[in-house]
Design a protein around this ligand. Structure first.
Ligand SMILES: Nc1ncnc2c1ncn2[C@@H]1O[C@H](COP(=O)(O)OP(=O)(O)O)[C@@H](O)[C@H]1O
Ligand SMILES: [Mg+2]
Length: 385
C-alpha cells in the first residue's frame, strides 16, 4: 500500500502547519508579555474543522520552545460539569504536568504530598454552589495555582494553559467569569496565560456592548485558507519522504475552489484524491480528481456533514430545507427566509439562531447569513431528492 500523507482525522502536526500568521504573532506577543510578568490571554473561535485544535498544538510547540510549562486540555468527554470539577481538573492536570518534568524519585514523594493536600472531591460537592461557596472555591484555586507557580518559576518563565472545546465551559453557568476572576487576580503574582479555543458564543453575543470577557479573552476568528496557503500545505505534504507524488496547477486550482479554503474539507479531499491514485500514477491531476468525485462526496457526507445535520431539531431541518431549495448561492438574508417560508420572523428566528450556534450558517453582517460551505448546501439538497 502506498503511504498517504494526508490525514483528516488528526490535527495538523506543527511541522506541516500552514498559515495563521496573525494569530501566531498575537500569541507570541501575549506569551512574551506573560513571561515578563504582565499576563495576557486570548481566545480562538471557528466552526468545526477550521483548525482550532491544530493551532493549539502549534501554540503548545511555541510555548514549549520558550521553556514554559504547557498544558493542553479539553472537556471533550464532558467530565467537567461545574466549577468544582473544573478546579480539580485544572489543578490535578497541572500538577501532573509539572511532576512529569521532574526526576522520578522526587516525583513519588511529591505526588504523595500533593494528593494529601487536595481536598476530597466529595466534601467539595457537599458544599454546593452558592455565591459564598463560589468564593471559597475561587480562593482555593487561586492558592493552588500560586503554589504551583512557586514550584516552577525558577526554571520556567510562564505557565500556558490551552483549553480546547471551550464552548463546553461556556455552557457551564458562570465558568468563564469564574476563570476570569481567578486569573485576573493571579496576574499580579504569577505568570499564567490562557488560550480558549472553541465554537465560542461570547465574542459574538457581546461584541456590541461592554464586556469584561471580551477584554480578558480577546478573540481571533479563524478564516478560510487562501490559495497560496493551500498550495503551500499540499506541496509540503507531498514533499514528505517516500511519497513520490506531485500535483499540477489545474488540480491545485480545483482544490482551492472546491474546498473554499475550509481546512477539514481540504484535507479530506486531498486524502481521498490521493487514495484514488493507481499504483503506477504519480500525479494528482484532473483525471484522478474526476475519478474520486463520487467518493469525496460520499465520504464528506458521512464523516462531516451528516454529524452536523443530524443533531438539528426537526424545525431547524425543515427551515434549512426550505432555504436550500430557494437559495441561489450560499448567501441569504433574514427577509429571504420570511418570504420563502411565509412565516412570521419571530417564529423563524429561534431556528436561525440554532443554525448559527451549531455552525451550519455564518453571519457576516446583521441580517445577512451564509451556509457555511457550498458542499453542505448540496448535501442538504440531495437529502430532499
Ligand atoms: N494551519 C493548518 N495547517 C495545516 N493543516 C491544518 C491547519 N489547520 C487545520 N488543518 C487540518 O484541518 C483539519 C481540521 O483541523 P482541526 O484543528 O482538527 O479543526 P477544529 O479543531 O477546528 O475542528 C485537520 O485534519 C488538520 O490537519
Ligand atoms: Mg478540534
Amino acid at each position: 500500500m502506498r503511504y498517504n500523507p494526508f490525514n483528516p482525522q488528526q490535527p495538523a502536526r506543527p511541522d506541516f502547519f500552514v498559515g495563521r500568521a496573525p494569530e501566531i504573532v498575537e500569541f507570541e506577543k501575549f506569551l512574551s508579555q506573560t513571561m515578563h510578568g504582565s499576563p495576557m490571554n486570548m481566545a480562538v473561535t471557528g466552526n468545526r474543522g477550521m483548525g482550532k485544535t491544530s493551532i493549539l498544538v502549534k501554540f503548545e510547540e511555541i510555548a514549549k520552545a520558550e521553556k514554559c510549562i504547557t498544558l493542553r486540555l479539553s472537556n471533550y468527554e464532558g467530565n467537567i460539569a461545574d466549577i468544582i470539577d473544573f478546579t480539580d481538573y485544572l489543578t490535578l492536570n497541572l500538577k501532573r504536568e509539572i511532576l512529569s518534568k521532574k526526576p522520578l524519585k522526587q516525583n513519588l514523594g511529591k505526588a504523595f504530598e500533593w494528593i494529601k493536600s487536595l481536598r476530597p472531591t466529595l466534601s467539595w460537592k457537599e458544599i454546593g454552589i452558592t455565591l459564598e461557596q463560589k468564593q471559597i472555591v475561587q480562593e482555593f484555586l487561586r492558592e493552588s495555582l500560586l503554589k504551583l507557580w512557586a514550584e516552577v518559576k525558577d526554571e520556567n518563565p510562564a505557565i500556558v494553559i490551552l483549553f480546547d472545546e471551550a464552548e463546553s465551559l461556556e455552557k457551564i453557568d458562570g465558568a468563564l467569569s469564574f476563570m476570569r476572576e481567578v486569573f485576573q487576580r493571579l496576574s499580579a503574582e504569577a505568570n499564567y496565560t490562557i488560550v480558549l479555543a472553541g465554537k465560542l458564543n461570547f465574542p459574538e453575543r457581546m461584541s456590541e456592548s461592554f464586556s469584561p470577557l471580551n477584554r480578558f479573552f480577546p478573540c481571533q476568528k479563524l478564516a478560510a485558507f487562501q490559495p497560496d496557503e493551500i498550495e503551500n500545505y499540499v506541496r509540503k505534504k507531498l514533499s514528505t519522504e517516500k511519497v513520490g507524488v506531485n500535483i499540477d496547477a489545474k488540480a491545485l486550482d480545483y482544490l482551492s475552489k472546491e474546498s473554499e479554503g475550509h481546512p477539514y474539507v481540504l484535507v479530506a479531499m486531498c486524502y481521498l484524491i490521493f487514495d484514488s491514485l493507481n499504483d503506477n500514477e504519480n500525479m494528482m491531476n484532473m483525471d484522478v480528481i474526476n475519478r474520486s468525485k463520487a467518493k469525496v462526496k460520499a465520504k464528506l457526507a458521512e464523516d462531516f456533514f451528516s454529524p452536523m445535520y443530524h443533531p438539528l431539531t426537526p424545525k431547524a431541518k425543515e427551515y434549512l430545507g426550505v432555504i436550500a431549495g430557494n437559495i441561489k448561492t450560499v448567501d441569504f438574508s433574514f427577509s429571504d427566509v420570511v418570504e420563502w417560508t411565509k412565516m412570521q420572523g419571530s417564529s423563524i428566528s429561534p431556528y436561525i439562531q440554532e443554525l448559527l450556534r451549531k455552525g451550519i450558517i455564518n453571519k457576516p453582517e446583521r441580517g445577512q447569513y451564509q451556509i457555511f460551505h457550498r458542499l453542505f448546501l448540496e448535501y442538504v439538497r440531495d437529502k430532499a431528492k
